[in-house]
Design a protein around this ligand. Structure first.
Ligand SMILES: [Zn+2]
Length: 169
């Protein structure tokens, strides 16, 4: 039993949620319409294309969305965030939109306010990282990126407080 559990954990780490799995050529995801072509998931040019796979196979991103199993988390906090919320969320939305158009596998799973922070979860670690780094570049503050070596998972924390006048003088 113990051995089996270990094996499951191992598989979870080394097969990062089916991204490396081989899908039958021409599989169309019933949820988002992405198609597997030459081993890669792409948005189809012809949207009326039917899946040539008998069973319904979700693409890896839709699987993560269904299971709420992110590959990356970005947590935003600090008083500066709340006074610049609209600006920051616009930046985030632009990146999400751009990356989603580029690849069906790079998508937002969820965004929520939790304990004074805005927490975003993504289907792709690089997308999470790009969102965090873009905010940091545009708005400064502090960033902390945790990338466990074994796993394809990233936690990004960004924080900035409003500088008060008393602190400066
Ligand atoms: Zn899909």
């Amino acid at each position: 039993m113990q051995k089996r559990m270990n094996k499951l954990i191992q598989e979870r780490i080394h097969d990062p949620y089916y991204e490396d799995k081989k899908y039958p050529e021409g599989t169309v995801c019933p949820r988002c319409g992405a198609i597997c072509e030459e081993g890669r998931w792409v948005w189809p040019e012809d949207k009326s294309k039917k899946s040539n796979s008998e069973e319904e196979i979700l693409c890896p991103a839709c699987k993560r969305i269904r299971d709420k199993y992110p590959a990356g988390i970005v947590s935003l906090s600090g008083s500066y965030l709340w006074s610049h919320k609209e600006e920051i969320l616009n930046l985030v939305n632009n990146i999400i939109e751009e990356e989603r158009k580029r690849s069906p596998l790079k998508r937002l799973i969820n965004i929520e306010e939790r304990d004074g922070a805005i927490v975003l979860s993504f289907t792709n670690d690089k997308l999470a990282r790009r969102v965090g780094e873009s905010i940091y570049r545009a708005h400064k503050g502090e960033i902390d990126i945790k990338y466990p070596e074994e796993e394809k998972f990233v936690s990004v924390f960004w924080h900035r407080d409003e500088e008060s006048k008393e602190e400066i003088t």
